[in-house]
Design a protein around this ligand. Structure first.
Ligand SMILES: C[S@@+](CC[C@H](N)C(=O)[O-])C[C@H]1O[C@@H](n2cnc3c(N)ncnc32)[C@H](O)[C@@H]1O
Length: 367
């Protein structure tokens, strides 16, 4: 009896060990239960569009942006305005996923050259590879990791440009990747840098910020109506020794600070304040207003005579800067014509891509 029992136990042990070995052998990709992956890493099919084009097409059709992808905005309006002709030289100041770049390259029809910049080394390499696979190699496209504040440098070697495009802000790949810390919706380090190799993260920035400074940042960068309450809550937490170094921790401080709001408006107010607070921090750690100002000042000098520039903005602070610069330079006779009003994506485009809703486009033509 004792020997039988011993044998059974030994067999059980062997089966367990076999199962474990089997599991290790078949280290599978992260699977999601059901048909709707919620987690970024679970969106395996969307993250591999080459292998799963049907899944990607379905997600786009539903009006969402597939994980790891960016849907370009106002493509038709941009191309109509830029009037790109084969043989021209152009600059895409914000490469991102390369959607606009690709469309502009099609207009060049293998003649001329396109230069493209981005500060984000992580996404830039992926885009370079994707475009190369599509047949856009260095003979027609030059990609540089560079801040568009330095357009004068790229113009020295490649300009003047017949056309320039800047599609400001962040790409969907950056927002959706929790490791980059751009979204209050997913847990991640509170980083928010477009180029994580430069400057300080948002968490680091908060560590030493004063209440007045944070309040000013929230008001100036995103017109936050609860700026005083949020600034007080954040700074007091940090002073008490609690680090606010993840997206979730910042969202929780905001939720706590807005507890006083009436129940029926709390949820929406928290959501909006989270969006605005993350935006304000992102603008700050990337010096977005400063680099945009520098870009706008240098823009006419890199454009050829009659050269065309189009800019897409995503919040009022950016649009104000573009509008002011274009108007002043028109008055000074540097530009011969500018858009009289903002151009907006169509209702259909906004329905298909919710991220297009806040987009404003302005353009200018060099004298
Ligand atoms: C909205 S996305 C561009 C998407 C792109 N037009 C497309 O069709 O895929 C904005 C991109 O600009 C980059 N960017 C933002 N500020 C920049 C700057 N100052 N210099 C260079 N690139 C910048 C971001 O890293 C991001 O990849």
């Amino acid at each position: 009896m004792i020997t039988l029992e011993k044998n059974r136990k030994q067999k059980e042990k062997e089966v367990i060990m076999d199962n474990q070995e089997e599991k290790q052998k078949h280290k599978r990709r992260i699977r999601y239960s059901g048909t709707h992956p919620r987690n970024y890493k679970e969106k395996y099919k969307e993250l591999h569009p080459d292998q799963y084009p049907d899944t990607v097409a379905k997600v786009i059709q539903k009006g969402s942006t597939p994980a790891g992808m960016h849907i370009s905005i106002c493509v038709k309006e941009i191309l109509e305005f830029l009037q790109i002709k084969p043989g021209q030289t152009g600059l895409d100041a914000t490469l991102g996923y390369g959607g606009h770049t690709q469309e502009m390259l099609k207009c060049l029809d293998s003649k001329g050259h396109l230069y493209a910049l981005d500060v984000d080394a992580i996404e830039l390499e992926k885009t370079r590879k994707r475009l190369e696979k599509l047949g856009y190699g260095p003979e027609i496209l030059t990609i540089r990791q560079m801040n568009f504040a330095d357009i004068d440098k790229i113009a020295e070697e490649a300009g003047p440009f017949d056309f320039v495009l800047a599609d400001l802000g962040v790409s969907s790949m950056q927002i959706d990747n929790p490791d980059r810390g751009f979204s209050y919706k997913t847990e991640g380090p509170l980083d928010l840098r477009l180029n994580p190799e430069k400057g300080v993260s948002a968490a680091e920035r908060l560590r030493t910020i004063t209440r007045q400074e944070l309040q000013g940042m929230l008001m100036e960068n995103s017109d936050e109506p609860h700026a005083d309450v949020i600034a007080r809550a954040v700074v007091s937490k940090i002073k008490k020794g609690t680090a606010i170094d993840t997206t979730t921790k910042l969202r929780e401080v905001i939720e706590e600070a807005l507890e006083f709001l009436p129940e029926h408006e709390k949820k929406e107010a928290v959501k909006k304040t989270c969006q605005r607070t993350f935006q304000a921090l992102r603008i700050d750690v990337n010096s977005e207003f400063e680099v945009l100002y520098e870009f706008l000042e240098k823009l006419p000098n890199v454009l050829a005579k009659g050269g065309r520039a189009a800019i897409l903005t995503f919040h009022s602070g950016e649009d104000r800067l573009v509008k002011k610069s274009f108007k002043r330079l028109l008055r000074e006779g540097v530009y011969q014509e500018i858009s009289t009003d903002v151009i907006r994506p169509s209702a259909e485009e906004c329905r298909m891509n919710s991220r297009a809703r806040s987009t404003k486009m302005r353009w200018a033509i060099k004298e």
